[in-house]
Design a protein around this ligand. Structure first.
Ligand code: SF4
Length: 203
């Protein structure tokens, strides 16, 4: 674990959020799967980190009831999954940035993901690759805007950044940055744990 990760974990713990670190993806996924009860309902926010680790599939195969809109094929099914995910035992998400002084910074277009990270589910797990760690809030916001085009392309959105790789603070109907949240301390009705993985994951 490098100094930056150590600092981040200490800051998160000071902010009343549990923080755990794993060198690799497999150890992190095993830990997470062992921490979620078989009978728990699980909501998942749009997160390429969570998805790329194969977690949704592992939970479904094990018998957990999973609400994840990326698995749905219709707009109605996606809305239903987003809504149900807000009232689950466990919610899983990535984060757009995590600062060394213990803040989670996120952008969202609809707002369902950031809302569920704050209120609704009983326990929230955030999975975060070390590439998401930034020194402070200013660098977190810069990081998010510099990388937003990758998410826009992945989601096939017609936003200016998807074409130019630059943010122009657009008014696109598909704008991904309608809501920006900064979690500075544990939202006090929610159990909160950040799992940091010593690899580059997500954007
Ligand atoms: S404001 Fe628009 S252009 Fe800028 S990152 Fe967000 S979606 Fe892309």
């Amino acid at each position: 674990m490098n100094e930056s990760v150590k600092k981040t974990i200490e800051a998160l713990e000071k902010h009343n959020m549990k923080a755990t670190y794993f060198d690799d993806q497999d150890s992190a996924v095993n830990y997470l799967m062992g921490s979620i009860k078989d009978e728990a309902t699980v909501g998942i926010g749009g997160s390429s980190t969570v998805n790329s680790l194969g977690i949704p599939q592992k939970l479904i195969e094990r018998g957990n009831k999973v609400y994840f809109h990326w698995l749905e094929s219709t707009p109605e099914g996606m809305d239903n999954a987003r809504e149900k995910a807000q009232k689950t035992d466990v919610y899983l998400s990535g984060t757009n940035a995590l600062t060394e002084d213990g803040k989670l910074v996120n952008i969202d277009g609809l707002g369902n993901r950031v809302a569920s990270m704050i209120y609704g589910p009983k326990k929230v797990y955030i999975l975060c690759g070390i590439n998401k760690i930034t020194k402070d809030l200013d660098s977190a916001l810069i990081r998010i805007k510099e990388n937003a085009y990758k998410n826009a392309r992945r989601l096939k959105l017609d936003t200016p950044c998807a074409h130019t790789e630059k943010c122009n603070d657009c008014n696109s109907p598909q704008r991904m940055c309608s809501v920006t949240t900064i979690i500075e301390r544990r939202p006090y009705k929610t159990e909160f744990e950040v799992i940091i993985i010593g690899k580059e994951l997500g954007f």
